[in-house]
Design a protein around this ligand. Structure first.
Ligand code: F6P
Length: 759
């Protein structure tokens, strides 16, 4: 990573970049503004390449945010958005802290910058700890009055030197530093320094600026408003918060109708944290953007498209318009098409080319054209016993299709080719192979019409493939792939579970939409969940979010949510094209409980990472097998309690003692038996997983994603990040097919291509 370091001083701004000893500078002075720094940086570094920037500013800095206007420069430094102005990730440091970091030789060091003022900073094992000691009272004045330029003038050089060493020792002891480094311009007035005091070098500021990016944790990126929210994180352990506030569980509990209950009290929050987050939602215009979405505005700005999947499940008589045109008649017509076709297939009116009923439906699609229906068909397994079996083929790995077709008969198999674009490589490859498989057996092109239908927005491509328009189920460009389960993409669900149940999914989603659209922020479930998402990802630095359904039939929910959340919010530039300076989407992962407990829960309980978690569980189960459901629910609730409470060392020791262990054995084992607790979870409980509840849950997650994207001011509805791999795969596929040597790639890629060809 190439770093540009900008050291802002009272008379000059100095610049240096990675790998080049040349420094440049331009003039600053009283009245100098951040915008002038930006202009100067741009003008002076046109021929330099750099990826990230460190800026040292002569002002107190807390968590990357300038806290006060610098006394020797102009105004506008507090709250200035550097990353947006310079279009690179930026770290802001106090100038003394930057020099301190450059002078760091390990351990715990107090840095004093002796200049016109007094810069103070502590570096503890490579991490900067913000300090503002200059204005502490000292000898009837302040440390700065005595140790800074004014002290030098008042005391004269010799007395000033003695005063500096005395003051330095006092401050060192106060912050328990192991040694002191004196830097700044006036350090030149010292010839010798006593033991424990070292000399800094002004050029070390650059070194500090480079080092600032050496920390592996990108969670440290500067974010002015977001990271500053960390001051609202509770200082007490969750266990103590529950003890202090018996009403905590009521305070942080929400419900939607009598179906869905959200207990978010076991999160690392207080009422103050939530107030700050609601304020953030207001400031960032979450509600306004939500209203724009419902109003059909083109909020997918890079593709100039409306985002109106909510219209697909609009069960009211309200029109929903894009550019003044009501889309509801088209939506209803598409639903009628799904109804009549699914009923014909399920009722045996739609038969295969030999007159036999359809027993198996194979959906060929990938991403949003696969994950939604695949997840939902499984989630609704208790409702699918009277419909054809559904299979989902997505991977271009031929094994996926071959394994699926092995047990199927062409005369009773229906293929739904689902692709919004109808150009996706994997889907079209699988679709062509499926057609070949079918024709090899049916030996009649005319039979295709009975066994292949398309779900797409691209009629010309569907026709080219050989599917007649009457066998095409439509949707529209204002439905994003990962938001398309409610559209014709849901056809396999309607075939498997019946159209009535498909409609109930839409009903549930509509109920959640209405809640999202109308409930005040404080009671708005998706908004609260979205704000918690922002809280963990961008404020507290959690890199991942685990979704843990205690519901076997929600087995595919984590995979579905991976696309929903990571394809939507895995972005590094905001809607205006500026590189953001905070963490966006977490890595979403998960497995059904209780399986996860015996795999990765060890890390959740005793690992070193902060992971936010959602636990999902039904009050009732479709399954009536013995005591299973009681045990399932007990495990779910117990895990949230264990994560929150933990087990103290005293408790661990008591337990071991009760087991009769010797004192020595207890000493040895106790550290391993401690659970720190204070680990967050949200519990989402519902009555029973049916189609309506499923619709509510999925819409809830969609709007959580929306809320996070809105706060971050990123476009949650495009996915440019998937394109490069697609382009390169096309080129490499050609290389693999060609008898000659690969077209030049890097040496690794070339070698892998040759190896792959060495059959
Ligand atoms: O690879 C990304 C993606 O474009 C997803 O957004 C989409 O859901 C998937 O591919 C499938 O696209 P299509 O439905 O056009 O085949």
């Amino acid at each position: 990573m190439r770093v540009l370091v900008v050291d802002v001083g009272g008379t000059h701004v100095k610049l240096m970049h990675s790998g080049d000893p040349e420094a440049r500078k331009f003039d600053s002075g009283p009245g100098f503004t951040p915008q002038q720094v930006v202009d100067g940086v741009k003008a002076n570094t046109r021929d330099w390449n750099y990826d990230v920037i460190t800026i040292g500013i002569p002002s107190p800095v807390l968590r990357g945010a300038v806290m006060e206007e610098p006394w020797n420069l102009g105004k506008g430094w507090v709250g200035f958005n550097w990353s947006a102005a310079l279009n690179r990730p930026v770290k802001i440091l106090n100038d003394a802290a930057m020099q301190a970091l450059g002078s760091d030789e390990g351990g715990r060091m107090l840095f004093l910058g002796l200049g016109s003022g007094l810069g103070t900073s502590l570096v503890d094992d490579g991490r900067i700890v913000a300090l503002e000691l200059a204005h502490l009272p000292y000898k009837d004045q302040t440390f700065e009055d005595v140790l800074g330029q004014r002290g030098l003038q008042a005391l004269g050089e010799e007395k000033w030197r003695a005063a500096v060493l005395e003051g330095a020792e006092l401050l060192r002891a106060a912050v328990a530093a192991e040694y002191v480094v004196l830097g700044g311009g006036n350090v030149r007035l010292f010839k010798d320094l006593p033991e424990g005091v070292r000399r800094g070098n002004n050029d070390k500021a650059f070194e500090g600026g480079f080092r600032a990016w050496e920390t592996p944790d990108a969670g440290e990126l500067t974010s002015t408003p977001l990271k500053a929210l960390a001051s609202y994180a509770p200082r007490e352990h969750l266990r103590d918060l529950f003890t202090q506030d018996p009403a905590r569980a009521d305070r942080f509990f929400l419900k939607v109708g009598e179906h869905l209950f959200v207990d978010y009290s076991k999160n690392l929050i207080t009422s103050d944290s939530m107030t700050a987050l609601f304020e953030l939602a207001r400031k960032t215009g979450v509600e306004a953007l939500r209203d724009q979405m419902f109003a059909g505005a083109p909020i997918n700005s890079t593709e100039h498209r409306a985002v109106l999947h909510v219209a697909l499940r609009n069960r009211s008589s309200r029109p929903m318009k894009i550019a003044g045109q009501d889309v509801m008649p088209d939506v209803r017509a598409a639903l009628d098409h799904i109804r009549s076709f699914s009923e014909a297939v399920r009722g045996g009116k739609w038969v295969g080319y030999t007159g036999l009923r359809i027993t198996d439906v194979v959906n060929i699609g990938i991403g949003g054209s696969d994950l939604g229906p695949a997840m939902a068909a499984l989630a609704l397994a208790p409702y699918t016993h009277d419909g054809p079996r559904t299979h989902f083929v997505s991977n271009v790995d031929g094994a996926h299709l071959s394994d699926t077709l092995r047990s199927l008969h062409p005369a009773t198999t229906l293929f739904t080719i689902a692709s919004k674009t109808f150009t996706t490589q994997e889907t079209m490859t699988n679709a062509r192979s499926a057609r070949e498989w079918f024709l090899q057996r049916a030996k009649d092109e005319a039979a295709i019409a009975k066994h292949f239908v398309a779900i797409s927005t691209n009629e010309p491509e569907v026709k080219k493939f050989g599917i007649a328009p009457e066998n095409m189920f439509v949707f529209w460009d204002w439905v994003g792939g990962r938001y398309s389960l409610w559209s014709s993409i849901g056809l396999p669900i309607a075939i498997a579970a019946g159209f009535g149940h498909f409609e109930q999914i839409l009903d549930g989603a509509h109920q959640m939409d209405e809640h999202f659209r109308t409930a005040p922020l404080e009671q708005n479930v998706p908004i609260v969940l979205g704000l918690l998402g922002v809280w963990y990802a961008s404020v507290l630095g959690a890199a991942s979010h685990a979704v843990l359904p205690y519901e076997q039939h929600l087995q595919r929910l984590p995979a579905y949510l991976q696309q929903l959340e990571m394809e939507s919010n895995g972005k590094r530039v905001d809607c205006d094209g500026h590189v953001v300076d905070f963490q966006t989407s977490p890595i979403v992962w998960g497995e059904p409980g209780t399986n996860g407990q015996h795999a990765f829960f060890q890390l959740l309980h005793q690992g070193t990472r902060l992971v936010s978690t959602d636990f999902l569980v039904g009050v009732e189960s479709h399954d009536q097998l013995g005591d299973h459901h009681r045990l399932l629910v007990a495990n779910c609730i117990a895990q949230t309690e264990a994560l929150m409470r933990g087990k103290t060392e005293d408790e661990a020791r008591e337990e071991l003692k009760a087991q009769g262990l010797s004192a020595a054995a207890i000493d040895e084992l106790a550290p391993h038996k401690v659970f720190p607790g204070n680990r967050p979870s949200t519990t989402i409980m519902y009555r029973k997983l049916g189609p309506r509840t499923l619709g509510m849950l999925l819409a809830m997650y969609e709007h959580r994603v929306f809320t996070m994207g809105a706060v971050w001011h990123i476009n949650s509805f495009d996915q440019w990040g998937v394109e490069l791999g697609k382009q390169l795969a096309t080129a490499i596929a050609k290389d693999l097919a060609s008898p000659s040597d690969p077209t030049p790639h890097d040496s690794s890629t070339n070698r892998l291509i040759r190896l792959a060809k060495s059959k």
